[in-house]
Write a protein that binds this ligand. Structure first.
Ligand code: AMP
Length: 418
């Protein structure tokens, strides 16, 4: 029978890579804690309506990228394509933001989008996500942007660019939208097929189309800043001032609109000069209307999602440190079959005392065991003599020296010498 492979666009994160991911998640987790964000664990599937209403019917994600199916009860279920809508759903459902309360929460895990796979773009990919709910002030936007930058700083990423924009709000965006429709309608012949379909449905998306001809037209499109209402204008000025106060440099890109409908006011991305076309390592912004779109009243929010797969890729390319690779410190070897039981007892004792240790469970010869032990710092050897005397021979594998000590002193001896 033919072997079964993983579905297209998915991949296995194996031990050679997973320890690097652990380092990234640990760093993110510590940074989140320092910034006052608490971790949550949410479902990876939700009612489809959450995304069609929250992310938006006319977005690429909802139109063509969702993994949607009917479950056995006939309900339409979707594997989450992004985290924010689920976080907001959970906040509403669990009353996290009632009576003006705010919540700062983060989570990480897989997201699913049926996109064309390429380097840095997968159908199952992983995001680290942070959301600050219940605060309308621009100070929260600044805090969230600072948090994402700080995670990358701690990870040692270089050549990053912070790009920001304002996409307006429900008051001023309709005016801008109409201006775009009018403008792009007079340039139809220069737009790609996708953008022609976006024209009436989601004209803002034409602004960030990667097609060259669309880009040229978009360059001369009406400026969003001429349409922003005074509230959005002020909010954006405060975000900029806040970023500058913290010493961050950023670029303004008026064509940054992001692919999701729920964004209001601030939109931002962090780009890496070391990725190809999929160059965004994180993206986020403010979404003050998401809660009402999913039936939760008025809860402002601002957050970001960082692509774990891409961060790992960039770190690899830039030679960033992933910390110390986990290694076994002590190998416990049996000299002769009669001591295999004693070996397992000692190994368990060492492990209970947080000493990373390993022993053979498959019946390997002493020689083979010592070969494996070569990558460890110490080998503990137990043979007939050691069993008779209740001792263990501890060999320092870096200098070859060896001592014979009572077996019940092994933990202390190793702790002192490791
Ligand atoms: P988005 O939710 O589209 O704003 O994406 C946020 C971040 O997730 C991006 O900046 C990427 O780093 C990452 N990302 C989005 N889509 C994918 C994908 N298909 N494969 C890998 N990473 C992705």
């Amino acid at each position: 029978m033919a072997a079964i492979n993983a579905p297209r666009g998915t991949r296995d994160i194996l031990p050679s890579e997973s320890w690097k991911w652990s380092h990234i998640i640990k760093t993110a987790s510590e940074t989140m804690m320092d910034f006052g964000f608490s971790e949550v664990h949410l479902p990876i599937f939700e009612h489809t309506e959450l995304f069609s209403r929250g992310v938006g019917e006319t977005t690429d994600i909802v139109e063509k990228e969702m993994y949607t199916f009917n479950d056995r009860g006939g309900r339409s279920i979707t594997l989450r394509p992004e985290a924010t809508a689920g976080v907001m759903r959970a906040a509403i459902e669990n009353n996290l933001c009632v009576q003006g309360a705010s919540a700062k929460i983060w989570n990480w895990g897989p997201m699913f989008r049926h996109e064309r796979p390429q380097k840095g773009r997968y159908r199952q990919f992983y995001q680290i996500d942070a959301e600050c709910l219940g605060i309308a002030s621009a100070m929260a936007d600044v805090e969230v942007i600072a948090l994402s930058i700080e995670i990358f700083r701690r990870l040692g990423l270089k050549n990053l660019e912070v790009v920001i924009n304002s996409v307006g709000c429900e008051k001023c965006r309709p005016v801008y939208r109409q201006k775009l429709i009018d403008y792009f309608s007079s340039h139809k012949s220069e737009l790609c097929e996708t953008c022609l379909t976006r024209l009436e449905r989601n004209p803002l998306r034409i602004l960030d189309c990667k097609n060259e001809s669309c880009g040229r037209v978009a360059d001369n499109a009406p400026d969003i800043f001429d349409s922003l209402c005074s509230e959005c204008r002020e909010h954006f000025a405060e975000v900029r001032a806040g970023l500058e106060r913290l010493g961050f440099t950023y670029t303004l890109n008026k064509r940054l609109v992001r692919g999701l409908d729920y964004y209001t006011k601030t939109a931002y991305e962090i780009l890496s000069g070391d990725l190809g076309s999929q160059n965004a390592v994180a993206g986020g912004g403010r979404y003050d209307n998401l809660a009402s779109a999913i039936g939760g009243g008025k809860i402002p929010g601002v957050g970001f999602a960082c692509g774990l797969d891409r961060v790992a890729l960039v770190m690899e390319q830039q030679g960033c440190s992933f910390g110390k690779m986990p290694n076994t410190d002590v190998y416990v070897a049996s000299l002769g079959d009669d001591s295999r039981g004693a070996v397992q007892i000692l190994t368990y004792e060492l492990r209970k005392n947080n000493i990373r240790s390993e022993c053979d469970t498959s019946g390997k010869s002493f020689k083979s065991q010592m070969k494996i032990a070569g990558t460890c710092k110490f080998a503990c050897i137990i043979g007939a003599d050691e069993i008779a005397n209740n001792t263990v021979s501890v060999k320092n594998l870096s200098d070859g020296s060896q001592v014979n000590i009572p077996v019940n002193e092994a933990v202390n001896y190793l702790k002192e010498n490791l």
